[in-house]
Design a protein around this ligand. Sequence first.
Ligand code: FAD
Length: 290
Amino acid sequence: MKLTEILNGEKLSLSFEVFPPKTDSGFDSVKAATEEIAKLKPSFMSVTYGAGGGTSRYTLDIAKNIKAQHGVPTVAHLTCVSSTKETVLAKIEEMKAAGIENIMALRGDLTPEMEQQDRKNWAYRHATDLIRDIKEHGDFCIGGACYPEIHPESDNQKDDIKFLKAKVEAGCSFLTTQMFFDNNLLYNFLYKIREAGITVPIIPGIMPITNGNQIERAIKLSGSFVPQRFKSLVDKFGSSPDAMKQAGIAYATDQIIDLFANGITNVHVYSMNKPDVAAKISANLSDILG
Ligand code: FAD
């Protein structure tokens, strides 16, 4: 099923992101965790793709398994940073053969070495280049990433939104946001992108922070603003694992309810392969989702 069929509906829905194993030996446990999450019957699940090799080779296996075993629509992520045309085109063919209908097209993060390189002659400098190739070589529903607090490499939001618009015009049918902890940042961003003429569905991405150490890593990666309300919660409960998990799930649930109440119809949860966290959030929203 193409994601646009879900996203263009009126029904409120919740989806989950999972990541593939980092090593061969981790495959069975990741497969089991993603199946537990699939049993919650989310509207769809997305499976990330490790930039520069790493975990990327299992993305399709996990995505195919979720769809085949549990009938949950899936989105397979694909990154292009430093890839050749041949590698990317081969990957697109592999996705077609695997029956993948939805691709999240990303550039991928630049390593410090890549940042020093002259990128002028790279086949893929931006996600937009990848989106054009996916569009040309298959009948996929394509998604892209967007950043309510601007991408860390961008100088200003105006340029970030200008490039985002080019990304949509290249063939994106939906956009998923980077995590954020203050919904007002999302509402402000939505206002600006709609004004810029970007009309595709936007899926807010919510990261439940369930342990004190995770917050530092998440913020370092995303550059997200942390509201005082959230800082107080980490200060108070960060050193007590069970309390922090409960508080983090409650905070994420609160964010999701506010998003639904303000007109958002699909929320994507960065569930980090944690079935218990995904299950608690689903249970908290059971009557709201209906
Ligand atoms: P782009 O859209 O190419 O943007 C990157 C930067 O380039 C931005 O500053 C943008 O403004 C600028 N830019 C874009 N087009 C142009 C242009 N034409 N000229 C000049 N500047 C331009 N990473 C993974 O490795 N695997 C994953 O599975 C993965 N999944 C993700 C899912 C989501 C929802 C999000 C938000 C991020 C994900 N990432 C993933 C991280 C992502 O790869 C990084 O954030 C990366 O730094 C940027 O990727 P992008 O596709 O947004 O890049």
